[in-house]
Structure formats: structure tokens, C-alpha cells
Design a protein around this ligand. Sequence first.
Ligand SMILES: [Zn+2]
Length: 727
Amino acid sequence: MRVQFLLPFVCVMLLGGCSGPSRQAPASLPSEPSTLKSVSPVAPPPGNLADFQAKAAQYHAIITLPPFETTSNAIAASAKATIHDADAALDKIGRLTPQEVTFQNTAVALDDAQWLISETENRFEIIKETSPDAALRDTATERLKALQEWAVGLDYREDVYRALKAFADTRPKLEGEDAKLLFETMRDYRRAGLDLPKEDRDEVEALRKKLSDMTTDFETHITDAQQKLNFTKNELEGVSADFLEQKGVKNDDGTFTVRPNITWHYLTVEENCKREDTRLKVQTARDNLARGENVPLLQQILVTRDDLAHKLGYKTWADYQIEVRMAKTATNAQSFLGRLKTGLQPKFDAELAEFRALKVKETGDANTQIHLWDWRYYANQLKKEKYTIDEEQLKIYFPYERVLDGMFAIYQRIFGLKFYRMEPPYKWVSDLQLYGVTDAQTGEPLGLFYLDMFPREGKYNHFAQFDIIEGKLLDNGDYQRPTVALICNFPAPAPGKPSLLEHEDVTTLFHEFGHAMHSILTRAKYSRFSGTSVPRDFVEAPSQMLENWTWDKRVLDSFAADYRDPSKKIPADILDKLKEAKLAIEGTYYRRQLSFGVVDLALHTQIHASNADDTVPLSNELEGEVFLPEPPDTAFVAYFGHLMEYDAGYYGYAWADSIAADMATVFEKAPDGYFDVSAGRRLRKEIYEVGDSRDIEESIEKFLGRKQSIEPFLKKLGINAEAQGTK
Ligand SMILES: [Zn+2]
């Protein structure tokens, strides 16, 4: 099996703002049989899209097919029209006198304008990532960039700010989602420096511009960084012939070139090469990539961020960034990481001891230690020795269609939904699928989702859910229901051979489709709060929770079966082995994750103009303390791209994992486990429908029926929290 050692990426693509409350009482829950007897197929289509839209109208809901542009001219025209319409809407707000301002014509009108812009941006994003036509992709990319740059300037429209402020100054008595909308809109302005005296505000704007340029440069240096190392065959002992025969690896003179900047080169050597000196060389080279350019640049970026935070009234950049997230302060995020570090210590020690035992056996050196350049190799050895799992053998249980239908059956059941396949009037690729979602009990149409599931030239190459049309209450009282797309890269079917998924692919599908549910089931009034527009340290949690489903024998048995003989289910011992293999290195995996979170927060709380030279020593010291010491004379932070886009946010991965484990207990303790209808409806009502329209902590507690706890997460990692005193 493959275990993910790479840095995770954020897989829900967000362009717009974020959060909202439930406006509708949930339907009472029908009682359902306690086991899924068989995979129930997707319900028959209710005719076509037009019928679906007509049905929606009965519920004052609008179902919209995105008007995808199919020519470069059409893209340019849409960009122009969007700028024109948004400018007109903003001009209208900007012209209001203090006597004229209302909640509707300021805060709501601004949310409307932002929604309008995001619709076009989202559509361009889809074209950019999926169009089979390279020229169209290029135009969409170019126009999207121009649109986004233009949209940044909207924060600084003083006329609009003055109208919003005039309304806020009336101290209106607003409640719930309305109050949150006004509060957060004004908070955004404050965070952009709009409430500062002109001179200071100009300085803030200039610093932001400078930061934006510097972070772009930092990322460009990472992309451009290259390094080549030459090795003999002997020095690469243990690395597969497949790799050594690769074009660009094998040289005419019989040597081999490894490029530490190519992640799979780096991983292949670190996981497989028997020679410690080779692993060390590759690790050292990797941790020095972009060092010359990026160390001084990073120092400048950190100092500028620190400066900017002070100008905006924050103690540190981390406090500024985290203010709008669940953790709220840098101290909260740091103390979370601290507790997790302590909790993981015994498991991490035990795993390192196991790696060390393997190294002692292999090297004959009783005093040998596990270093940063060793752990991947011995983790891989451990996997091979103790948990032999043949991925190929497992794939026969996961034919794509069966997995998709199985997942649909589970999600329809627990969330009380029906999915209807319909023919998309426009397809950007021939195998594109479109589905409508309705409430199973009332028949109310809730939204649409596209599936674009197989790889092709020029297509987005990860797995993600993309919002296209975000949910929002319209002026006339109708509700604009969402349209989303899943853009994935599962193995394509071949003639006579179905697409067979790896277990990891199945987990990814359950995860990504969870984001689609989060988007589609929204009832938030404002697009700022609807769907997945929740704080970034929470957005992955519900989907991470749903990953548990694919490790449950009962869930898997409801759909997974040998495609040649569906009476054959996955043998229990294979699944157990898979779980053991995952658990065997989780202490190491998370301590490494934590080390990055700790470094990220330390740099964004402790580095100032007076000590910028400490950037590299501080990072290396903390990395060594929380994970394993860096090779001598290296500067891994120069190549740590997350410090740009995800600054003071890396802690969020573990933070969301911890909430996910906590939330999973609701299903685990429910009578019907991962099939439990009442737990599923609670997730729909308290998390998905609400979005960010109320404080996310409140939503989580309503779903849990209690306060949050870190214990289920530690328990999942095989740690007894009470014994560790980490409660
Ligand atoms: Zn995700």
C-alpha cells in the first residue's frame, strides 16, 4: 500500500468568501432498515433538467446550469460584463448618503456583488482546469488572473467602505447570520487597514503589495530550483530497476542522475536506497534547494508580515492570520500542537525504536540512530516485512462504478437524499456526468453536481471539489441552489477492463464527495457563509471524518466485491493488515506534520526585524526537537512553500484531523454506526446546512452534543490519552 508522506494539499477549491445558519427545520427522519442489503442504484431520472428546474420553482429554489463559455471571445466578454456589472453594483453602494443606508443596500448588496464575481471566477477556474482546448484554458487562466487582480482592489474602494461604515455606525440591531455578515464585513475592512488614517492605510496597502510580490518570487524560486546528483549503481542499491531505467535518470556513462527537486525522485531514493550516505546526500540537497535566493527573501517576508501585523494592531502575524479561523489566536494553535506533541511522544518513540532495531539488524551497529534521512527507508522496510499487502490484489474489489454507486447509496441514506442522473446539455468532455440532488422525503431539489473523473492531457492533476455556483438567498426570496464539480483522476477504464481503484482512491472519493455534500446541502443566506466557505482550519474536518467509512468492513461489504465474482468480499485479514500498516507509522507521520506546524507558528510569532538572522537556526532547531534533526548546513525552510499560501496555517491539518476524529465518534457510538441515519441527518443539519452562518464551534458542539475533545484523535492514533495526561 501507499502511505502519503507528501505534504497534503487543500482539496476544496475556494475562490470566494465564506459561512451561514439553518433556516429550515429538518424533516423528521423516516425509519430505515438497519443494514444495507445491497447497493441501491441511483434513482431513475425525473425526466430532464427542465423538469428538475420546474420542480425547484415549487420550492422557491433556483437550479442553474453554469453558462460555460466555449470560445475565447466569450470568455473575454464575460470577464468584461462581470467587471461592468460588479462596478455598477459597487458604484450604487458608494453613492449612498448616510441617510439612505440600510442592511440590504450595503452589507447584502456587497455580498451580492462578491457572489456575482465569484460565479465568473469559478466558471473560468473550471475551464482552466478541465477544457480539452489548450487555447481556451490559456484564455481562462489569463482572464481569471486579471479578474482576481481587479477584485483585490475592491477591498480598497473607499466610497463603498464609507457606506458600509455609515450603516455600521447606526448600531443596527441585527441577529444571527445578519449580525455575523455585518461584523465580518467590517472586520475585513479593518484587516485591510481601511479604518486607519490615510497615511497609515497607504502604508498598509504598499506593504501588502510588496508582500504579494515577494511571496510570488519565493514560490517561483521553489518552482525553478533544480539540482542534479550523480550516483553509481552501487550507490543506489535497493532502488528499483524501473526507476533506474527512466529517461533522464540513466546516463550513457553508466551513472545515474537523481534530481532532489523532483519529489518522486527524492521519495524513491529515500524510501528504497540501502546506502545511508546516498540518502543523506539526497536529503541534504533537497533541504538546500532555493537556499541562496529564498533565505534572505523569507527573512524579508517575515519581517514585513510582522511589521504589517503591528500596523494593523496585532501582536504577531500569526495572531492576524488566525483571528478569522477556528483557533482564533496563535496561542490556542500553539497549545494544541503542544498537547498533541506530548500525547504522541510514546508512540513516536516506539516507532523510532522499531526503525532503529531494523537499522541495527541491517548495519550490525548496535549504537546506530535513526536520522531524518533514514525514517522513510525503515518505514518502508517495516511495511514490507510486517504488512505485506498486495495492492493489485486489493484493486479487484473496487471497480469504479460499483464504488461510486456504493458511496452514493450510503450518502443518500445517511443524509436523506436522492441523486438523479441527467444528461448535461453541454459537456466539456464526452464522459462528463451530471446529477441532481433532492431531499428524499420532500422531493425538494437541492443542487447539481458534475463528475469529471478520469485523467486526460492538460487537465487538473489532483482530486478536488470545485464550487461553480454558490448557494445564496436572492433578493426576491428565492434560493439559488449550488452547482459543483468533482474533478478527479481515477484510473481510466480500458476496453474490456473496468477502472479498478486502489483503496486510497476509494478514500479520496468518499472525502471529495463529502465536500460536494457540504456545498450542496447549504441553507446559508449569504454566499459568504454558504457551503464550504467555513474557516480554513475546519473545512477539511467533515471530509476527513468521512474517510473513516472506507476502513469499515461493514461499509466496504455494502459495495466492494470482486468484479469477476461479486459474491467475493474483501477478506477481513487484508483489511486488518491495511489498518495495522497505517497505524504503524502514524506517530512518525504526525510528529513530522506537527514539526512543520510548530516551525510555521514560531516563524510568524518570534521573528522580527531585530532577529531575522535566526530564521534558519530557529527552524532547524524546532524541526529537530519535534521531529528529527536536519542534516548539517541545510535550510529546509527555503523550500517550504506552505509558508507562503498557508502561512500561520499549517497547524490546521492536524487541527482538522483532531475534530474529524472527534466527530466520527457520533457515528461510531450510534446504533447503526457509519450507516446511522439520525447521526447523518445531524451532520446535514448542524454542519452542512449551517456552513459558516454561525460560529463553527457552536455547530460542532451541537453535532457532538458535548464539548470538543482531543481524546478520540489520540485514541485513533493508538494512544491512551488519560494515561498520557493530555486531556
Ligand atoms: Zn478535502
